[in-house]
Design a protein around this ligand. Structure first.
Ligand SMILES: C[S@@+](CC[C@H](N)C(=O)[O-])C[C@H]1O[C@@H](n2cnc3c(N)ncnc32)[C@H](O)[C@@H]1O
Length: 233
């Protein structure tokens, strides 16, 4: 596959099925950039989150969904193909990453999907202009500890603006020393772990891809804590 920038691209195919061999399946094509200078690939977390989105397809139809740090955007593309209204985002400072989002839309004929630059931790005009959301997606956005709080600042802003919105996120365990627990407490967020075997993601192969392999990935649903009730006098 070639592009206007003459990038070396490879088109990867992911197929999500209800049960192997049934007619209920969905295929998404993801163009990956092979240039090591700024390679953009599907990460193991992305197939796990995409599998979760696929299993929630009945819930997300006609809902508005934002993907943060989308990169090549597999979970967002699955959501859009399941009938959600999707906005993909990546850092406003990394226009080439936003190009990845656009290439995935083109490869899957997703003409209605918006692409916007959102840098974690920044309350920008683009963030403020987002429509009310139902779900926020974030696959492998907790990969650099210096960015953990920025991600949660953006998520908290959006959760507080749209009551009931949920942040669906997958996290790859890279170091036992890394944790978002203190930050969840600081930003008054609740977190529920979703067991991988509850949505068919316990396998080393998902979406007909061997990508999860032996990586340890966790699926979490993060929501805003209820404001504390004032004690009666
Ligand atoms: C580990 S990659 C994951 C990409 C994709 N979500 C996946 O799982 O395949 C992290 C993504 O976060 C984006 N990113 C990094 N720093 C960011 C920031 N400060 N604000 C927004 N996005 C950022 C990167 O451009 C990249 O697309």
């Amino acid at each position: 596959m070639s592009s206007p920038e003459n990038l070396d691209l490879a088109l990867k195919e992911f197929t999500f099925e209800e049960n192997k061999g049934t007619l209920h399946s969905l295929t998404v094509f993801i163009p990956e950039v092979l240039d090591p200078q700024y390679g953009m690939y599907v990460w193991p977390c992305a197939v796990v989150l995409a599998q979760y989105v696929w299993t929630q397809r009945g819930e997300i139809k006609h809902k508005t969904i934002l993907e943060l740090g989308a990169g090549v955007s597999l979970p967002g593309a699955v959501a859009a193909k399941c009938g959600a209204t999707v906005i993909l985002s990546d850092s406003a400072e990394l226009p080439r990453c936003l190009d990845n989002c656009r290439r995935t839309c083109e490869a899957n004929s997703l003409r209605e999907v918006g692409v916007v630059g959102l840098t974690w931790g920044q309350v920008s005009p683009e963030l403020i202009a987002l429509p009310p959301l139902h779900v926020i997606l974030g696959s492998d956005v907790f990969y650099e500890p210096d960015d953990f709080e920025g991600v949660l600042v953006t998520v908290t802003f959006l959760l507080r603006r749209s009551p009931g919105v949920q942040f669906w996120t997958t996290y790859q365990e890279r170091s036992a020393d890394w944790s978002i627990e203190a930050l969840l407490h600081k930003w008054r967020l609740s977190c529920r772990l979703v067991p991988l075997d509850s949505f068919g993601a316990q396998s080393s192969q998902i979406g007909r891809s061997t990508l999860p392999g032996s990586h340890v990935v966790q699926m979490m649903v993060i929501t805003a804590q209820e404001p504390e009730q004032e004690a009666p006098l």
